[in-house]
Design a protein around this ligand. Structure first.
Ligand code: WTA
Length: 574
């Protein structure tokens, strides 16, 4: 099926944590992993304890948990300090009436305070909701409203995007900033932290109690709140061990923001469950800054995304040679298809195999991966994590033989599987419409060696630079612009970003197409929703193709764009 199938890069680390893949897979039991946690006896659990406090109890309080840097800060925090600080914030939240099950959101750029607040909230038993700093008013409001958030931690620069007056349930606003002027109704984070004790009683919860809500996009409707529970730690811990291959002395860097599930499952939970030093670099992407981060921190394990690797590749080999990247021993990727070309480049220039991993916000943790001890086929996502049964099935649930394309599906359940879509049971059930299976929405095939190959999405969800964008959310925003009569949004293939957002728009009477109008409309989405949701391309049309029920046919728009046959048009309006 693919001309790349003959190409295999042999295993580079047979002594990795996983060891022989087949052996590990065949002998695996989740229960063996569970037994590594103290709560296995009591049943009472808290992610923050296992990720932070446990290492202090084991005598490793002096070890660096977090190394944070950006253009103006360069700080390190031990596990003991993370324990104390998160306790302080737990006390702050309790003092303000926040308790188990309350939704507490964090909306700020990466900073030590972000991680402290999240763990402080988790210790109080709250469900945390991380938001990208790039979100604008509408994006922020939709998520706070849907989740019924009672508290938010944010910064002075972002506060204006939180429409406090329109969110009656949002009672507490904590503001993280230096030398704040008092504002009525707003709590100064640093001031209250200073007065708070570093001793706190952890809220012990059940394995199935809520941990985190990640909003993500589907093809229809507003973003959905994907709800994960404390039990997910079993998967985070195990995959941290066998996929990230983390060991005691590793220095680990995950480049993802906690607004995205990679930035929590693998930017916070997995490394800290394994007691590993976690590096967080704030600020914007730049090749020299990233290489310098690897060099100056002596990063050993690095987890990033295809768009970033493609941009690094675009920056060329010369810049790589200015840095010493010899500390690296394991490199991984997630979020979009990883081109074989990038894998070959990584091997040549970093001397490293880039290990692709496949999973989703909904799956909570990695499911199909490449492992240091397994031969790697460039372009393939790898094989199921031990404990995970993956298959290609047709729409009736029939398992298809190798090389047949179909739905990429996972046998239910697994420890980090989402437990709810917040406020939306029908949406949740759609994923499980075939009994015994989770239907991912991705299409793929499996080859004769059991490697899975990604083919595409079944729905209209756009993946631009690894960010999932729901066309409906963008279309809704476009329709708020006075010039826009109709809007249809698709993903257009792009060599750097995987896909870019392209909008087809028909204009209201009285508006004429122009480049200025395109720019203005794009800006409108950027400022109302978020930069990554703004169309990079706009095309004006007199009319958009619609079904008789008035639904815009994105499939036809896509066919136009790609010069493909438009297919069955029996449901089209005229
Ligand atoms: C895509 C959370 C190809 C896929 C990590 C999936 C990938 C969606 C890969 C999830 C990969 C993720 N190869 N495609 N290795 N990993 N995807 O929830 O379409 O933001 O369904 O990612 O990203 O996006 P999410």
């Amino acid at each position: 099926m693919s001309q790349l199938q003959g190409e295999i890069i042999s295993a580079d680390a047979p002594l990795s944590n996983l060891g022989n893949y087949e052996e590990a897979y065949n002998n695996f039991k989740w229960e063996d992993v569970e037994k590594e946690f103290s709560w296995y006896q009591t049943g009472l659990i808290n992610m923050a304890y296992e990720a932070i406090d446990r290492h202090v109890d084991l005598g490793k309080g002096g070890k660096i948990a977090l190394r944070y840097s950006d253009a103006s800060r360069d700080e390190a925090y031990t596990f003991q300090q993370m324990k104390d600080l998160s306790n302080q914030f737990t006390n702050v939240l309790r003092k303000h009436g926040i308790s188990k099950g309350d939704r507490v959101f964090v909306f700020m750029p990466r900073s030590p305070e972000l991680y402290v607040s999240m763990f402080g909230a988790i210790k109080a038993g709250a469900v945390v909701g991380p938001l990208f700093e790039a979100f604008m008013e509408t994006a922020v409001k939709d998520r706070l409203e849907d989740s019924g958030a009672v508290a938010i931690v944010t910064t002075p620069a972002l506060l204006g995007r939180v429409k406090i007056d329109e969110l009656p349930l949002l009672k507490k606003i904590f503001l993280v900033g230096k030398d704040l002027e008092p504002i009525e109704g707003i709590i100064d984070y640093h001031a209250v932290m200073e007065q708070s004790s570093p001793e706190a009683e952890i809220e012990w919860v059940n394995r199935e109690d809520g941990l985190i809500l990640h909003y993500t996009s589907g093809s229809t409707g507003k973003p959905k709140g994907v709800y994960h529970v404390h039990n997910a730690m079993i998967q985070h811990y195990y995959t941290g061990k066998v996929v990230l291959d983390l060991k005691e002395d590793d220095v680990y860097w995950c480049t993802a923001d906690p607004g995205w599930v990679t930035g929590t499952s693998y930017g916070m939970f997995a490394p800290w469950l394994l007691g590993v030093t976690n590096v967080i670099r704030g600020g914007r992407f730049s090749p020299s800054d990233w290489y310098n981060t690897i060099q100056s921190n002596k990063i050993t394990v690095w987890y990033s995304a295809p768009t970033a690797f493609r941009m690094l590749m675009g920056a060329g080999q010369d810049v790589v040679e200015e840095y010493d990247l010899s500390s690296l021993r394991h490199v991984l990727s997630v979020g979009e298809p990883l081109n074989p070309e990038v894998v070959r480049w990584g091997l040549k220039v970093y001397g490293q195999r880039i290990h692709d991993t496949w999973w989703m916000t909904e799956t909570g943790g990695q499911l199909i991966c490449n492992y240091p001890s397994m031969p790697l086929k460039p372009g393939s996502m790898g094989k199921p994590v031990p404990g995970i049964q993956a298959a290609i099935i047709d729409d009736n649930g029939k398992v298809l033989p190798p090389h047949r394309m179909g739905n990429l599906a996972i046998r239910t359940p697994w420890p980090s599987m989402m437990r709810l879509i917040w406020n939306n049971a029908p949406k949740y059930e759609e994923y499980f419409r075939i009994p015994g299976w989770y239907i991912s929405g991705d299409t793929a095939y499996m080859d004769e060696d059991g490697y899975f190959w990604f083919q595409g999405r079944i729905d209209d969800v756009i993946n631009s630079s690894g960010e999932r964008i729901g066309p409906f959310e963008v279309e809704s925003k476009l329709l708020e612009h006075p010039a826009v009569a109709e809007a249809g949004v698709i993903g257009k293939p792009d060599p750097m970003r995987g896909e870019i957002i392209k909008a087809f728009i028909s204009l209201m009477d009285g508006y004429a197409p122009s480049e200025e109008l395109k720019a203005e409309i794009a800006k409108f989405v950027k400022e109302g929703l978020s930069a990554h949701a703004a169309p990079r391309e706009i095309e004006f049309k007199d009319k958009l193709p619609k079904t008789r029920s008035g639904k815009i046919m994105r499939r036809v728009l896509k066919a136009w764009e790609l010069n493909l046959p438009v297919g069955d048009l029996s449901t089209i309006e005229d």
